[in-house]
Design a protein around this ligand. Structure first.
Ligand code: ADP
Ligand code: MG
Length: 254
């Protein structure tokens, strides 16, 4: 598998006045093209900070990051934005859709802001993306006319409308009930089967089990990194009925 993400010795320090927080304390991570990864860890362990750096939303204080071979750590903010727009789609916990704006328009929006105009026909691309997430018949609904699960599917359509290589999702099921959680995870699986690399942050054990590789963070470091073979991945209906193991496994042994 070709690496698509190569991060080495990533350090992130947030400074505010005289205080500083070392959110990432030396993270090395290599992700192959086409992987489906869950990043786990307790609140404050650095998951979002890492995802923001890998997603070119923020830069590391120190360390090197290559995205699809491109040395992002050397880039200026506008160059980073261009790489981000081309290669990455984002999904967040809170859907972040524009209200009083149809699903179709919400999904079209990133294409209208894309100065490279890679997608020649935004309307068609948005309709295709909505069909792909199973909302072909909800195109003209506003977010407030859709359920939470449907809103998150619109957000996924918006993330994939420009056909990015990587989908990054930060707690994508955090606001969803278990049934719609399964629907979103099934959708991720399908996108991954079609070749999209997926990086998903979650603090829920059962959600993480749907990924092929699970990375666990603690205090700004990767403390475990485990892959499972495809066959061993649990089917969703089993996964969500299994009781969480004792959380000892997630506690840091520093
Ligand atoms: P997680 O997503 O795992 O909950 P974060 O990456 O959000 O963790 O945060 C890691 C650490 O960095 C925490 O201690 C958090 O308080 C701190 N942090 C995150 N963002 C900022 C920021 N913008 N400014 C200062 N500290 C921050
Ligand atoms: Mg977070």
């Amino acid at each position: 598998m070709e690496p698509i993400i190569e991060a080495s010795a990533i350090i992130k320090i947030y400074r505010a006045g005289s205080t500083s927080v070392a959110a990432l304390q030396g993270v090395d991570l290599c992700v192959g093209d086409g992987e489906f990864i869950a990043i786990m860890g307790t609140s404050g362990s650095g998951k979002s900070t890492l995802m923001n750096i890998l997603g070119c939303l923020d830069r590391p204080t120190k360390g090197e990051y290559r995205l699809d071979g491109i040395p992002v750590h050397k880039m200026k903010p506008d160059e980073m934005a261009a790489v981000r727009n081309e290669k990455i789609g984002f999904v967040f916990q809170g859907f972040n859709l524009l209200s009083r704006t149809s699903a179709q328009e919400n999904v079209e929006l990133p294409l209208l802001y894309d100065r490279t105009h890679r997608m020649k026909n935004p309307r068609e691309a948005a309709a295709d993306a909505l069909a792909q997430v199973g909302l072909g018949d909800r195109k003209h609904h506003d977010p407030n006319q859709l359920s939470g699960g449907e809103q998150q599917r619109v957000a996924v359509a918006r993330a994939i409308v420009s056909r990015p290589a990587i989908l990054m999702a930060d707690e994508p099921t955090g606001n969803l009930d278990s049934k719609t959680t399964v629907e979103i995870l099934d959708l991720f699986k399908e996108l991954n089967n079609q070749g999209m690399t997926i990086l998903m942050v979650t603090h829920e054990w059962d959600v993480a089990q749907r990924a092929r590789r699970i990375i666990e963070m603690c205090d700004g470091r990767i403390v475990s990194d485990k892959s499972r073979s495809h066959e061993k991945a649990l089917p969703s209906h089993l996964c969500l009925s299994i009781k969480e193991p004792d959380r000892g496994g997630w506690i840091c042994e520093s």
